[in-house]
Design a protein around this ligand. Structure first.
Ligand code: FPP
Length: 223
């Protein structure tokens, strides 16, 4: 049986979920944020050590300003409202992506939660915000060069936002693409795609996907 150490999810389908119900797209994001807590509980129960969720990509800045503002405000509310829960449940909050672009207020909340939860060991929760895999690899390469280190796989890996390879990568919402998400870390990830829209994604479906993953024959290029 395969061990599931690092689970990553591309949370897609919020907009369509809202549209189907006659709501604004932003209502879909709000409902989507509520699913995150359930997935954290699942990971802790199933001894998954790292959960990485794609919340805002380097390409999402192309969306209308009102949707961007809503998402960033939702993120800030999430950081504040989940604080006690993260502390109580032993979750280390972390981000992947370049957070320098965000306003001071948001950066402060991010840094505060990271600091408050830094010694927590049950689950490392990575929220990918202003994240793009190409951007991450370029930032890592620049750091490598500025520190005059040899360019090799091991050294580059050290400068990435997340160093652990992904075991299982799930995308909800019916599309079958990676959308610039963790291209390095997903090199040998098992991929699972579901038509379920993110706000409808339930623990039962996740359990099925994880059960299938555990039985996969992972060869990592060997025979
Ligand atoms: C993709 O759905 C989703 C996003 C770009 C944002 C993901 C954000 C959340 C799940 C909520 C925020 C989470 C936290 C933790 C604050 P889409 O809008 O592209 O949906 P569509 O493909 O149906 O239009």
């Amino acid at each position: 049986m395969n061990e599931l150490n690092h689970l990553a999810i591309i949370m897609d389908g919020n907009g369509r979920w809202a549209k189907k119900r006659g709501f604004l797209r932003t209502k879909g994001h709000e409902s989507g944020a509520l699913v995150v807590e359930k997935i954290c509980d699942f990971c802790i129960l199933n001894k998954i050590k790292i959960l990485t969720l794609y919340a805002f990509s380097t390409e999402n800045w192309k969306r209308p300003k009102n949707e961007i503002d809503f998402l960033l405000d939702l993120l800030k509310k999430f950081l504040i409202s989940r604080r006690e829960n993260f502390i109580k449940n032993g979750i280390f909050f972390n981000t992947v992506g370049d957070i320098e672009i965000f306003n001071d207020d948001l950066k402060l909340e991010i840094k505060k939660l990271k600091n408050l939860t830094k010694d927590n060991k049950k689950l490392k929760f990575n929220l990918a915000i202003n994240y793009g895999a190409k951007d991450e690899i370029i930032r890592a390469t620049k750091s490598l060069i500025s520190q005059k280190k040899e360019i090799n796989e091991e050294n580059l890996n050290e400068f990435l936002d997340e160093k652990e390879q992904i075991d299982l990568l799930i995308r909800t919402g019916g599309e079958q693409r990676l959308s610039n998400f963790m291209l390095w870390q997903a090199s040998y990830a098992e991929l699972a795609f579901t038509d379920t829209l993110w706000p409808d994604f339930e623990k039962e479906e996740l359990q099925n996907i994880v059960d299938n993953f555990k039985l996969k024959n992972r060869r990592f290029g060997a025979i």
